[in-house]
Design a protein around this ligand. Structure first.
Ligand SMILES: [Zn+2]
Ligand SMILES: [Zn+2]
Length: 237
């Protein structure tokens, strides 16, 4: 099952429209109902595979069908459901794997998570590129800010487009919910600080593509999310 979402190059205040059309494709699958993202960059040819989970074969089929070139495998964090397709993705694309170093222990522990959950497992190649918050990534004419958002996982990051109002948000905020913090290395207080400082400060129209469930916007979550309203105000609609 997958959804196709076109994101047009919208001008942000103070910037001229540069024709930076980016496409976000969502592939959903597996027992965790996880979203694997394929982002087609502004050049229409370069692609990024973000959080390759159970639906990775579907995303790779799209890559082959459209003749895309995967320039990077980007991980918001290293929970099992977000990395279970990494080995396949690496084998098929050869693209370098990017991860924040604070999530390396989770990445290395994914094999034992797989055993615990009964998920088929193939040994993973190690990450090759350390994600550095504040150091932007540029691929195929599209640029992304790496935003550090720990709490659900210690090295969790969000990929925020600098040209389009779009963020690949991992498991920080969902439509109507927030990321779990009862898993090992989770921290509720830290997660809520990440949401306040890094998500709720984004423009309302910013589209959030979470690791589970449908996309939403910062503005919608600001006024409707039952986990955020008691803490940060807002109103139910
Ligand atoms: Zn997670
Ligand atoms: Zn997840």
């Amino acid at each position: 099952m997958w959804l196709r979402q076109f994101v047009h190059g919208l001008a942000v205040p103070g910037e001229t429209l540069r024709g930076t059309r980016m496409e976000v494709l969502t592939f959903t699958g597996g027992p965790f109902v996880q979203n694997t993202f394929l982002v087609v960059c502004a050049d229409g040819h370069t692609a990024l595979l973000i959080d390759p989970g159970a639906a990775t074969p579907d995303a790779l089929a799209e890559v082959r069908e459209r003749g895309l070139e995967v320039a990077a495998i980007l991980l918001t964090h290293a929970h099992l459901d977000h990395v279970e397709g990494v080995a396949l993705a690496k084998r098929e694309t050869g693209a370098p794997i990017h991860l924040h170093p604070l999530d390396r222990p989770l990445y290395d522990g994914a094999a034992s998570q797989a055993v615990a959950f009964g998920v088929p497992w193939e040994e993973q190649p190690p990450p090759e590129v350390d994600l550095v918050p504040g150091k932007n990534l540029t691929f195929g004419g599209s640029e992304f800010e790496v935003v550090f958002t720990p709490g659900h996982a210690p090295g969790h990051v969000i990929f925020l487009s600098t040209s389009d109002p779009v963020a690949i948000a991992g498991d920080v905020v969902f439509a109507g919910s927030i990321g779990r913090t009862d898993l090992p290395f989770g921290d509720y207080r830290v997660l809520m600080e990440s949401i306040r400082n890094e998500v709720l400060t984004l423009p309302d129209e910013t589209v959030l593509y979470p690791g589970h469930g449908p996309e939403t916007t910062v503005g919608h979550e600001r006024i409707t999310n039952p986990f955020l309203i008691p803490v940060y105000g807002g109103e139910l609609v």
